[in-house]
Design a protein around this ligand. Structure first.
Ligand code: PAF
Length: 510
């Protein structure tokens, strides 16, 4: 494809008509560095869409005239960098193209106050309104499928996500972690203005944030005053240092797993921001839903793609059911169960086919627990109070350090009520029966006809959703996905997008 430079808004329309492809859009203000390169190359490697980089120094987002005048301009180099890293087109409008005088159609937007009453919003009045206005204008001209933004400007990212929701724009935001220089300071066009000594101070600031992150992993708490004291001792001028909920930018709650520690400092005339995400444990995804909704297949694929542990809680109930039957234990005598459970261990191990095997007391039961005999009894056994108590405790132990995706019927409501992402996966009974029938790994496909399968699924749904203990119900904060008519990969992609909408990519960096 011929690489093009577009300068006029009218040309955008023509170009779009000719490309015959969806667009990945990377908005910038130029002076491109490795942070921008990462955005462009991520877009290039993500899909086969056409990649468009815009370079426009937006006067509306500068709160000081001097800052605007001093903003580094390196257009020739920017063009070279964009094209050599995967841009197919570069849009370089001038001020009149973006804000034509007398054009009544330009919408001057306001960023939401709930997201601007913290961090940079308090100190850079009007800045985020300017960002919203220019990005909205660019999106309307370019009409991309995906918008690539850096997590370095986390508040900007939240505000733009909010903008897309508010304006009902069907555009996916793809974020890229903060890119850091050799000395650990975040890459920023404004770094150009720093003296050697100022750079040293920023390095100290960034390393303090990093240290707070590491300490938090162990101690689960943070002492803001202590950090402020240390920064002040170095004569670093702090504009703000705040510990907040990373999504609402309000005060963190004790039960929150992920929080944001963000600060802005001034070095001479230059103002710099940095942040880290503090985490008590790695993220957890909870996937609940009725039998046959595709949970297992989807959960396994998500675990693989996101490199998370796959916690198959259904297999744990099946394994326990298998043992109780095998050892002819009268599970109706609940009191006795507690003693028996003391000596039971259920573990998952990856096998050579990169699948997972389930072991109960060191005996592999992966195959045997899928029989119709176990299918017909597992719901009854899993409704026994002692059984649930025991297995929920086991599951929570496995989940203490997070980094897992668990599937079941009460994961989001009982086992991991603080999971970062909760999905309720479901499908119509017809669809679920059809899937079971065509599942080559399921003994059901051979043994039972479709009509009988539907009846069994209905019965199982009823038992699961009416039982007294941990019934199958959708958690209030779960997102329901009805999978009829979607391929497995489409469902997996949808959940992965929801995950990355919630979990900053940066949290994956050690
Ligand atoms: O992050 C930036 O560089 C700018 O705020 C943006 C998104 C290009 C809008 O001018």
């Amino acid at each position: 494809m011929k690489k093009v430079i577009i300068r006029k808004t009218e040309e955008i329309e023509n170009w779009r008509r000719n490309i015959n492809s969806e667009i990945n859009f990377i908005p910038t203000m130029g002076n491109l560095h490795n942070g921008h390169i990462k955005l462009i190359s991520t877009a290039k490697n993500d899909n086969s869409n056409v990649n468009l980089v815009s370079i426009f120094i937006n006067p509306l987002q500068f709160d000081s005239k001097l800052d605007l005048e001093n903003y580094p301009k390196t257009i020739y180099n920017d063009i070279k960098i964009s094209f050599s890293n995967g841009a197919d087109a570069i849009f370089i409008p001038n001020n009149e193209d973006i804000y034509p005088p007398n054009n009544k159609n330009i919408k001057f937007l306001k960023a939401p106050t709930e997201l601007t009453s913290a961090l940079c919003g308090l100190n850079r009045i009007g800045h985020f309104d300017g960002v919203c206005t220019v990005v909205y204008r660019l999106l309307n001209l370019i009409k991309p499928k995906n918008l690539y933004l850096g997590e370095k400007d986390w508040q900007q990212l939240l505000i733009l996500k909010n903008l897309l929701r508010r304006e009902k724009l069907n555009i996916a935001i793809k974020s890229v972690p903060t890119q850091r220089d050799f000395d650990g300071i975040p890459l920023s066009s404004r770094n150009l203005h720093l003296s050697k000594n100022q750079r040293k101070l920023i390095r100290f600031f960034s390393s303090e944030l990093l240290e707070a992150k590491i300490n938090f992993q162990q101690e689960k708490k943070i002492n803001l005053n202590e950090i402020i004291k240390k920064l002040s001792a170095k004569k670093i001028s702090i504009e703000y240092l705040e510990h907040l909920d990373p999504y609402t930018l309000q005060k963190t709650k004790p039960e929150d797993n992920i929080s944001l520690l963000a600060g802005a400092i001034r070095c001479g005339k230059t103002r710099l921001i940095d942040h880290v995400f503090l985490m008590k444990r790695r993220p957890i995804i909870a996937i609940d839903g009725p039998a046959g909704s595709g949970k297992s297949t989807v959960t396994k694929l998500i675990a693989k793609k996101l490199k998370l542990l796959y916690l198959d809680t259904g297999a744990m109930y099946r394994a326990l059911s298998w043992l109780l039957i095998k050892e002819k234990i009268d599970y109706k005598k609940e009191k006795k169960l507690q003693n028996i459970f003391k000596d039971i261990s259920i573990v998952f191990k990856s096998n050579t086919n990169s699948h997972q095997d389930v072991f109960i007391n060191n005996y592999c039961v992966t195959e045997e627990i899928r029989s119709q005999k176990i299918s017909s009894i597992v719901s009854k056994i899993s409704s026994i109070k002692e059984v649930r108590k025991f297995l929920v405790e086991e599951q929570r132990k496995i989940g203490e350090s997070g980094g897992l995706v668990a599937e079941g019927r009460d994961i989001g409501t009982t086992v991991f009520p603080n999971a970062e992402l909760k999905i309720f996966l479901t499908a119509s009974i017809d669809e679920r029966a059809k899937r079971r029938k065509s599942d080559k790994n399921s003994k059901d496909s051979l043994e039972i006809d479709l009509h009988k399968l539907k009846e069994l699924i209905k019965k199982r749904d009823f038992e699961d959703s009416t039982r007294e203990i941990s019934p199958l119900i959708k958690a209030n904060d779960a997102i329901e996905i009805i999978t009829d008519g979607y391929s497995i990969n489409e469902v997996v992609d949808q959940i992965i997008n929801l995950y990355y909408d919630k979990i900053p990519k940066e949290t994956e960096i050690k």
